[in-house]
Structures are given as C-alpha cells and as structure tokens.
Ligand binder design. Structure first.
Ligand SMILES: [Zn+2]
Length: 406
C-alpha cells in the first residue's frame, strides 16, 4: 500500500475493513477456481519478484508474458507499475513476495468488468473464465463503506480488494480486506487562534493523555483532558491461566490452548487504532466546524525501554498520521518538555501521589499533572497564551499544599 510513487505535496490516507470467510462455507467450485488462481499467481509473482530484485530484465519480461497467458486480466494489474494494485513497489525492501495476497480493484457495479464489485449485498470477486465468487457482506460492512466515503466527500475514494489465503492455516479461511484510499493536498497549518487544539501525549506510563483546548489569542480555554488507558491486562492473563489449567486436565485440550493463546496475546495494536479514532472523533465534535490542529507527542523509539505498553504506543505515530491524512487534518509529531517549567524555565520537581505524578516549580509555584506539561510548551510554540493551571483539579499532597500557600 505504502511506497507507491507519491506526487509532491500530496498525502494519502487509508481505511481498511477486514472480513473472514471460512473456506468450508464457500461454494466449492468457485473456491477451487480461486485456489487455481492463487497457484498461477504465486508462480508468476515469484518469477517477477526475483527477476526485479536481481535486475534480470529477461525474467521480468518472461513473467509478464506468463501473466498475460495465465492470469485473468484484472489480476494482471498487480504487475503494472502505474496501477494502484501494483504489488511490487517495495521490491528492494520486501523480504519475499506477497504470494498469499491477490489484489484487484473494487469498482462500482456499472463497470464490473474491471474488477470486484458489490451486487445485492454481496461482494462479487471475478475469477476468470466468467467464474465468480460471491461473498455475502454483513450490513455493518456496507454501512462502514458508506460512512467512510461520506467522511471524505467530496473527495473520491479509490477502493481495492485484497484476498489472502494460506492453506496452512487452520481453520482454513479467506481473509478479505477492503482498502479505501484517498489522495489529497497536504494540509497546511490553520491559524491556531480559533482552531481546536488537540495534544495527545503517549509518554505517559499507562496510555495516552489528551488535552482539547480553544484559544482566541488572548485567552486559552481547556475543554477536556481525557486519558485513554488500554484494557486491563491482568484480567486477560488470569483468564488464560484458567484455560491452560483446563487443557492440562485434558479437557477440550486444543480449544482451551487456542483460547489461552488468544487471551495472552493482547490486541495492543487494535487498542491503539481504536484509541486514535476516538481522539479524532472527539476533536471533530469539539471543533464543531472549526479547523483542527493536532500534535502527537510520541517517544523516540531509541529512548523506549522494554516496557510492553511503551512499545505499543510507538504504533500511534503511523496510525495517527494515516488518520490525519485521511481526514485532511494538520498534525505534527513533536515532543515537548515535561520536566521544564513553562512559565519560568526552571527544572520541575516531581511529586508522586497515588493517582498522579505532579510536576511542581519551586521557583514560581506552577504545578500540574506531569502528563499535561508538554501541552503548555506547545501553546508557547504556537504563540498562544497559557491557560489557568492546573488544567484539572488535582488533590495536592500536604507538602505541596504548604508550599503553594506560602
Ligand atoms: Zn516556574
């Protein structure tokens, strides 16, 4: 998907819907045909990939000839460098060809001879020789498609269908992904005065701390400071232990082991995606038609210690950049100080309470939740006045109460 020749000043955003179809539930003859298609495609794709990689022009030519002979026309786009379904743009960097993926354009039913299309609530995949595979689309998938296209209207969405199948997976299933892509001019920075400001800080120990604010240039008002936390991992681990114990007693061994594995493998990336989508949704709600400026403060990968959550949070950069491109929001990815006083520049002291880490300036008396300190520095950078502190009421420990009253 990434890595196609990008035009200058243009960004692309993607949304992906994944559907699973069990092979046992597919019409047998159509599935046989699909398998045959995979078999042919893999061989040609491998020849093409390695010839490209080794700079063997003859091999590339041979692969293209083979493709013309054996692969139905709409799947041949995979070998066309100008096509949006070209599969080999990262040939130098790819470890091996995507032999388990077939890609084809998703078109409207009026131009159905060009690829995949929807008809009567079904996704129709053309297999060559007039054969087709019809995959029922759940109502939520149709709704999702409509919603996503509305989100970026009047821009036009181009669609691709990716079909993945691995015969070594049990249970055997087809993974079908509908990939929506929008291309737009790179968003320019709106005037921070009057724009909805959103700061998302992933430096935090437990998740993402956000600040939503508005400023007219003389006063900055903080609207909301939600903190997003991933689901409780301890509970999942306990559930997994139970399953493993049951399996050890020989009770539905296979099923229990599989479920245990699934419980331990916390869907961290899925959480980051959902959390990022929530941040954007909230920003649009709060913006209420105003322009939006966002900054995602994500630690440098090199500075990240082995902590499991911290590593997860690194994927926030990619997810947030993609959504910003999709919606056309101006977003930056700068890190700001959390240990320097935004008012006087002194080093902040940290005081740990049971619930929060409070940053405190001994010189000027500034204090706030440490997670919000970078937001103040961002406002300064944008040339906006600082808000009243703390952003949210915090219960001060006795030692601080004494210091602030004196
Ligand atoms: Zn200070």
């Amino acid at each position: 998907m990434e890595g196609r020749n990008r035009k200058r000043g243009v960004v692309e955003g993607f949304r992906v819907l994944t559907l699973l179809y069990y092979v046992s539930e597919l019409p047998a003859s159509a599935f046989q045909q699909l398998k045959e298609l995979f078999r042919v495609y893999r061989a040609v794709a491998a020849l093409y990939f390695w010839s490209k990689r080794l700079n063997l022009d003859e091999g590339v030519e041979l692969a293209l000839e083979r493709a013309k002979l054996l692969v139905p026309s709409y799947y041949r786009h995979a070998f066309d460098e100008d096509s949006q379904v070209y599969q080999f743009s990262e040939v130098e960097r790819m470890r091996r060809p995507r032999k388990v993926v077939l890609q084809l354009p998703f078109v409207d039913a009026l131009h159905y001879h060009c690829g995949c299309y929807i008809e009567g609530g079904k996704l129709v995949v053309r297999l060559g020789n007039r054969e087709r595979l019809e995959l029922p689309l759940p109502e939520r998938a149709l709704r999702w498609l409509r919603e996503k296209e509305d989100e970026v209207a009047p821009l036009k969405v181009t669609k691709i269908v990716r079909i993945q199948w691995r015969e070594d997976k049990r249970p055997e299933y087809l993974k079908v992904q509908i990939v929506l892509r929008v291309e737009r001019q790179k968003p320019v920075m709106p005037d921070p005065k009057g724009a909805l400001l959103c700061y998302a800080d992933a430096n935090s120990d437990y998740g993402i701390a956000c600040v939503f604010a508005l400023s007219n240039g003389t006063e900055t008002k903080v609207l909301e400071t939600p903190k997003l936390k991933p689901p409780n991992r301890g509970r999942r681990l306990r559930a997994a232990a139970k399953r493993q114990a049951a399996a050890a007693y020989g009770h539905k061994r296979g099923i229990n082991l599989a479920l245990a594995r699934r419980s331990t493998r916390f869907r961290a990336k899925g959480w980051v995606k959902a959390a990022t989508a929530r941040i954007f949704r909230k920003a649009f709600q709060r913006a209420n038609g105003r322009s939006v400026i966002m900054n995602f403060d994500i630690p440098d990968p090199k500075s990240v210690k082995g902590s499991y959550l911290q590593k997860t949070l690194l994927s926030l950069r990619k997810v947030a950049r993609n959504l910003a491109n999709w919606f056309g929001v101006y977003a930056t990815f700068e890190c700001y100080h959390s240990t320097v006083c935004p008012y006087c520049g002194s080093e902040l002291e940290m005081i740990y309470t049971r619930r929060t880490r409070i940053a405190y300036c001994r010189k000027c008396g500034f204090y706030d939740d440490r997670d919000y300190v970078p937001f103040y520095h961002w406002l300064k950078e944008l040339g906006l006045p600082l808000p009243k502190h703390p952003l949210q009421r915090i219960e001060l420990p006795e030692e601080l109460k004494l210091l602030t009253s004196s």
